[in-house]
Design a protein around this ligand. Structure first.
Ligand SMILES: Nc1ncnc2c1ncn2[C@@H]1O[C@H](COP(=O)(O)OP(=O)(O)OP(=O)(O)O)[C@@H](O)[C@H]1O
Ligand SMILES: CC(=O)N[C@H]1[C@@H]2OC[C@@H](O2)[C@@H](O)[C@@H]1O[C@H](C)C(=O)O
Length: 369
């Protein structure tokens, strides 16, 4: 039985690492998390991943029929495993992200049409979570921080903590759990830390035909090129004040810089680049977090976790230590945000995306019958 105001909702996320679609159900009133439910994951095939990779960088005006259909079909397959859910939060696949308008108008592009999914699944779908924030002058990302705030409350944190997500790109949320709401002034500071798994995955795919550096084994055998790391940390992104966010491929210069290194040295250097940017991010927090809880696939890479610990002076732990599922946290976040959108609650704030005032993004599409 659900209590008043509670919704059984499933969220689905196709992240920048291009590994597949995560889906997770939660029960929430949009403020607190009452229950975690079923989860599902459907990996992309190599062919599907190739189609997505080829579409990276494209905007809505390109010919994207094949990509949208792929995204919608794979999501419909995963989401049909949750017949009991009453609402769906559908993130889609980010193909391009330029919230600062460096290439023209500020914009962000998540492929996949939520209205199509609403028809196919016969349920209301909340989608296009990022556009409104960008239109209001925000970064449109990261958006998981409002969910991170609810997690900090659920774990009864009594001092500021941070949640670090290591997906294709990394992002960090600093949370003051003593404040009442995620939109409270100074409750949250969030931003993308730098490249995380995406450059490693791209190099593994291009040089060795493998999707990623399983367990960080190759990185563990290599030597880090410190000159490349020092040059990487001079990138203007690291001198910008947070909140700030990144396009998946914003650090192509880093990938070019390792081109002449051996496979092991190149992967070790890319892994250290991620760790070094996390070190910078932790130092940019308003106060040192009591703990940094790590979520996302990168926490499964022991070499990366060891390098992060070397680059930070605060305790680093997988988010499982706080009792949460680090593989499904982003899917749960978009479930949580979907309920907030449905209730007219804000989903971002000046401290999370730099938007002028707290606002709710997202579009709701309902099935026609
Ligand atoms: N055992 C492992 N060893 C090394 N790396 C791993 C391991 N398991 C997962 N990863 C890395 O984590 C990635 C998947 O992470 P995750 O699912 O968090 O990414 P995502 O959801 O696509 O990203 P984003 O947060 O950018 O949206 C894989 O592509 C791989 O690079
Ligand atoms: C534009 C976009 O899709 N950004 C993603 C990406 O992947 C990680 C990082 O960059 C983060 O900013 C965001 O995703 C998470 C889920 C977020 O919005 O919180």
């Amino acid at each position: 039985m659900l209590k008043d105001q509670e919704v059984r909702v499933v969220g689905a996320m196709s992240g920048t690492s291009l590994d597949g679609v995560d889906a997770a159900e939660i029960v929430t009133d949009g403020h607190t998390i009452s229950r975690f439910g079923d989860v599902a994951f459907l990996p992309y095939t190599d062919d599907q991943r190739g189609v997505l990779r080829a579409a990276l960088g494209q905007w809505h005006d390109g010919d994207l029929g094949e990509v949208s259909e792929l995204i919608e079909t794979v999501h419909a397959q995963v989401l049909s495993q949750f017949p009991q859910a009453d609402l769906i939060g559908f993130h889609g696949q980010t193909l391009a992200h330029d919230p600062q308008g460096l290439l023209g108008e500020p914009r962000t592009h998540q492929a996949g049409d939520g209205a199509v999914l609403a028809e196919v699944l016969g349920k209301p779908v909340v989608w296009d979570f990022r556009s409104a924030d960008v239109q209001m002058g925000g970064e449109g990302a990261p958006l998981a921080p409002f969910y991170h705030f609810a997690l900090a409350k659920k774990m009864k944190a009594d001092a500021p903590i941070a949640i670090l997500n290591l997906g294709g790109v990394g992002n960090l949320t600093w949370i003051d759990p003593s404040l009442p709401h995620p939109e409270s002034d100074r409750a949250l500071l969030a931003f993308d830390t730098g490249p995380a798994n995406a450059p490693i995955n791209d190099l593994m795919q291009a040089r060795l035909g493998q999707a990623y550096d399983m367990d960080g084994t190759l990185a563990a055998k290599g030597d880090v090129d410190q000159g490349i790391i020092d040059a990487f940390l001079q990138h203007p992104y690291f001198f910008r004040m947070p909140p700030k966010s990144l396009d998946r491929d914003a650090f192509s210069a880093l990938s070019d810089a390792v081109a002449d290194l051996s496979n092991a040295d190149a992967v070790a250097t890319l892994t250290m680049a991620c760790a070094a940017s996390v070190g910078q991010a932790v130092r940019a927090c308003p106060t040192p977090p009591a703990s940094v809880y790590v979520t996302g696939g990168g926490r499964r890479n022991p070499t990366l976790m060891r390098m992060i610990a070397q680059c930070c002076d605060v305790p680093i732990a997988p988010i499982e230590d706080a009792g949460f599922d680090g593989d499904m946290l982003e899917a749960q976040a978009f479930a949580f945000l979907a309920v907030r959108v449905a209730k007219g609650l804000p989903t971002s704030a000046p401290g999370t995306t730099g938007v002028k005032a707290a606002i709710g993004g997202g579009t709701i599409s309902r099935p026609s019958s």
